[in-house]
Design a protein around this ligand. Structure first.
Ligand SMILES: O=C(O)CCC(=O)C(=O)O
Length: 282
């Protein structure tokens, strides 16, 4: 069994088991939203954000979320979930950014594992490109070009996430992330239990969820079996794991299709994990 679990090895979901990378991949829901493309201006973004926030579907979703608060989940030390941390406007902005990052060059692709399996999740990396099981400055398993930059604004957002999750402004200020892995899940995609341990830094991992709800399985640091806690991550949720939980096994056994709010993608789930590499910048 490889480090990401066997469950999704073998074939990709679109029948392209041998494909090493994809250009403008067929990702139902991801390229279609209430926006037209991925090159609109900031002013257009703001207009569309307002339009979507006022739509009946969004209003109903927001009201339902307020009506039925989610019960708190018991998590191990170092793991924190902040439900609904991102506003709808922030979620829309992130979806828009993900769409730009997903486009080639250095775009979204299905990662091939050393076992020969292909992950059902599609991934684009920022800052450092992840190839199982190391980081590189170029897309070595794809088009070979330099990886896209990790934007300062995403680092700022992640610093705020750490500060708020741990209620510790100093922890936030000390956080120097330089990697983001952006994963797209269609209805059948999932991720086996694994540890994030290709980084040299043990600074926390910041995870932002967009679109469809998923079941996020958060386990222990010893092995991929029980005990674990199943947490529902909804669109806008923040999940941070650091300290004694930094090397906990975790995975996504399923998503719940059709549960996402109107944030500019018609179906599917996006997850952004932000990390500190501890690798040299030159
Ligand atoms: O999609 C998620 O919530 C988890 C992603 C993840 O585990 C990873 O990128 O290593």
């Amino acid at each position: 069994m490889d480090r990401h679990g066997l469950s999704w090895s073998g074939t990709s979901l679109h029948g392209t088991a041998r494909a090493r990378s994809v250009s403008i991949p067929n990702l139902p829901g991801f390229w279609e939203g209430c926006d037209a493309g991925h090159d609109e201006t900031v002013a257009q973004n703001a207009d569309e954000t307002r339009a979507c926030e006022q739509s009946p579907r969004v209003a109903q979703w927001t009201a339902m979320a307020a009506l039925i608060p989610r019960p708190p989940v018991d998590l191990p030390p170092g793991a924190v979930q902040l439900p609904g941390w991102l506003s709808l406007a922030e979620q829309r902005r992130l979806v828009r950014a993900c769409r730009e990052w997903a486009a080639p060059p250095a775009g979204m692709r299905a990662t091939r594992l050393p076992s020969g399996g292909v992950m059902s999740v599609r991934t684009v990396c920022l800052g450092w490109h992840w190839v199982p099981y190391h980081y590189s400055r170029s897309v070595d398993d794809g088009d070979g070009v330099p990886v896209k930059e990790f934007p300062d604004w995403l680092g700022e957002l992640a610093r705020r996430a750490v500060a708020e999750a741990y209620d510790d402004p100093d922890a936030g200020a000390a956080y120097q992330p330089d990697i983001a892995l952006v994963n797209f899940y269609d209805a059948k995609a999932r991720m086996g239990m694994h540890q994030d341990r290709d980084e040299r830094s043990l600074a926390p991992v910041v995870s932002l969820s967009l679109g469809d709800t998923c079941v996020f399985r958060f386990g222990n640091t010893e092995h991929r079996q029980r005990p674990w806690t199943d947490v529902e991550l909804e669109s806008g949720d923040l999940f941070v794991f650091g300290g004694p939980s930094r090397l906990a096994f975790h995975g996504v056994p399923r998503t719940l299709p059709g549960t996402g709010p109107d944030i500019g993608m018609s179906q599917g789930r996006l997850n952004i994990t932000v990390r500190e590499s501890g690798l040299r910048q030159d």
